[in-house]
Design a protein around this ligand. Structure first.
Ligand code: C2O
Length: 551
């Protein structure tokens, strides 16, 4: 195993897309940011130096951070942000996982421009559980905003309504040919015929789940969220912000020069930000050298894939129901079979009173908010929760009484209650080391049903069940899949439905869980889990690094 060092200079950089030039915050002047490649077992030392005009922190999304919770990165959860002019070295070892993940800023909406791939290769000599691809390619989805995302956010928080949508979806930083003033800004993947490509798809989009298809081609899904799955073929994949998907793409014996569109469009079944536009890239068959000058690419039509409609929940469900973990001898599914603690959490929207002297654009003149069990974690703490926990100074920072179920049950997916007001608080759940947890997350109809991609830091969860309507604790568990449930770090709570997951709390620290739509996290759809130390030295959270940023 190796130690790999990287330097992330956070700098402002002018970037132009859709004929708009904007000074944006970047890593090393790049958009998207640099790719980090390592192997399972490697240690990463990433020095982040903040030369920009915002405070920042970086999160290594999906990295379990076993015994290294200080390096997880969400601002005010595991660390205070890195202030302007300051630096911090993220120091962690990637153990017990391999596959495609990504990193992104975890403060405010800075991840709109600060993100990049994180590829963990298997240990040297360990093959993939599928035939070795001819080439590996990263496809990272993002969004382009003509305006400054920080301004969009602060405006929408001020007026308490929904924010503006972005102006384009991007693939590897480019909106592609379907937007105005963008045909030159297209990512092209040049391939040779009859070869296998491994595409590492990453959804770093700010506020939307995506459908993705490639014209005339089938994709073979082999991994999600850095966990191998039972391979299956599909024409369309669904990928939520925070999720990754590895697919094998078999190229055909096509006429050289043939071009196919790869496109991504939102899946969004709810009342918030809706964007029906399509990001695209081009898959192009390379002519052999002997034919290079004889073929005019213009002669060939660009074929487009058929994507599901924006609110096509049945296509979305069809896809997710096919996902199964590999669950073989070599890659067993370690789903907890017994449960120590059960939680039933409602996720959805709500309202806050509109402050005096303000006009709020939320429902009935209120401020829009988002909650877990009617608790909105919207006000940032004064210090990082992990520090407060570690030094036993939680007083005035957080309380440990997060409820394990809604205080007032209601018909979650039916007629919403009249009172949609929520409580603003920073509450945490405390779990003894190695507690096995079952967590049912239920979407609510308060201000509208909606899909929510929920991301848990520090763990993967096993999706043992999901369904529509209200969760039925008597009957639904009878159908739980404990054999080969998909294991992932970000799960989609279905629109008007529920999802049941299990995980083992074997990682001491303070771990954030939130909707991976930035608008929902900003509105308070987040909570924290505190996992206590175990008895053994290897089950304890070590003290913080000396350079951990102070608030
Ligand atoms: Cu990908 Cu808390 O984030």
């Amino acid at each position: 195993c190796k130690t790999r060092k990287h330097k992330f200079n956070i700098v402002m950089q002018n970037v132009t897309r859709l004929c708009h030039t904007r000074s944006m915050v970047t890593v090393n002047g790049k958009f998207p940011g640099p790719t980090i490649v390592c192997r399972e077992g490697d240690r990463l030392l990433i020095e982040v130096v903040n030369h920009a005009k915002y405070n920042i922190s970086i999160h290594w999304h999906g990295v379990r951070q076993l015994q290294s919770g200080w390096a997880d990165g969400p601002a005010y959860i595991t660390q205070c942000p890195i202030q302007i002019g300051k630096s911090f070295v993220y120091n962690f070892t990637v153990t017990r996982q391999r596959g495609t993940l990504f990193w992104h800023a975890h403060f405010s909406w800075l991840r709109a421009t600060i993100y990049g791939p994180l590829v963990i290769l298997p240990k040297r000599g360990v093959p993939y559980p599928f035939p070795k691809p001819y080439k590996e390619v990263i496809i990272i989805f993002g969004e382009w905003f003509n305006a400054d995302p920080e301004e969009i956010l602060s405006q929408s928080l001020q007026n308490g309504g929904n924010p503006n949508v972005s102006d384009a979806y991007t693939i590897n930083g480019f909106p592609g040919p379907l937007y105005n003033c963008s045909s030159k800004e297209t990512f092209k993947l040049k391939v040779k015929p009859k070869s296998t490509y491994l595409l590492r798809l990453i959804n770093a989009v700010v506020n939307e789940e995506l459908f993705f298809s490639i014209a005339n081609h089938t994709m073979r899904v082999v991994e999600v969220d850095a966990v191998y799955v039972k391979p299956f073929n599909t024409r369309t994949i669904l990928i939520a912000p925070g999720q990754t998907t590895n697919i094998l793409l078999e190229t055909k014996p096509y006429f050289p020069g043939a071009k196919f569109l790869m496109s991504a469009r939102a899946y969004q079944n709810g009342p918030s930000t809706i964007d029906n536009s399509t990001g695209a890239a081009i898959l192009q068959y390379e002519p052999p050298p002997s034919m290079k000058n004889k073929i005019s690419a213009k002669m060939l039509p660009l074929l487009k894939p058929v994507l599901p409609q924006i609110n096509d929940t049945s296509s979305a469900t069809d896809y997710t129901s096919k996902l199964r973990s590999l669950a073989n001898k070599k890659y067993p599914a370690r789903v907890p079979l017994k449960v120590d603690k059960r939680f039933f959490l409602t996720v959805g929207l709500g309202t806050n009173p509109c402050p005096k002297n303000q006009t709020c654009l939320g429902p009935n003149g209120t401020k829009l908010t988002a909650t877990v069990n009617n608790i909105s974690f919207i006000n940032l703490p004064t210090t990082a929760l992990l520090q407060a926990y570690f030094y036993r100074k939680s007083k005035g920072v957080y309380t440990t009484d997060f409820p394990s179920k809604p205080l007032i049950p209601f018909d979650y997916t039916g007629t919403p209650p009249n009172n949609t007001m929520v409580m603003n608080a920073t509450k945490s759940v405390v779990l003894p080391f190695n507690t096995s947890v079952e967590l049912v997350m239920q979407d609510t109809s308060i201000l509208g049903l909606e899909n929510h991609p929920l991301h848990l830091h520090g763990f993967n969860v096993f999706v043992v069940g999901q369904g529509f309507g209200n969760y039925d604790p008597k009957n639904d568990p009878k159908n739980f899949n404990l054999q080969d449930p998909i294991e992932r770090n970000t799960v989609g709570v279905p629109t008007g439905g529920w999802i049941a997951v299990r995980f083992l709390a074997d990682n001491p620290g303070v771990w954030l869980m939130h909707c991976h739509y930035e608008i929902h996290i900003s509105l308070g759809l987040r909570m924290t889990w505190i996992v206590l130390d175990g008895k053994l030295q290897s089950q304890k959270l070590p003290p913080p690094p000396a350079d951990l940023p102070k608030c």
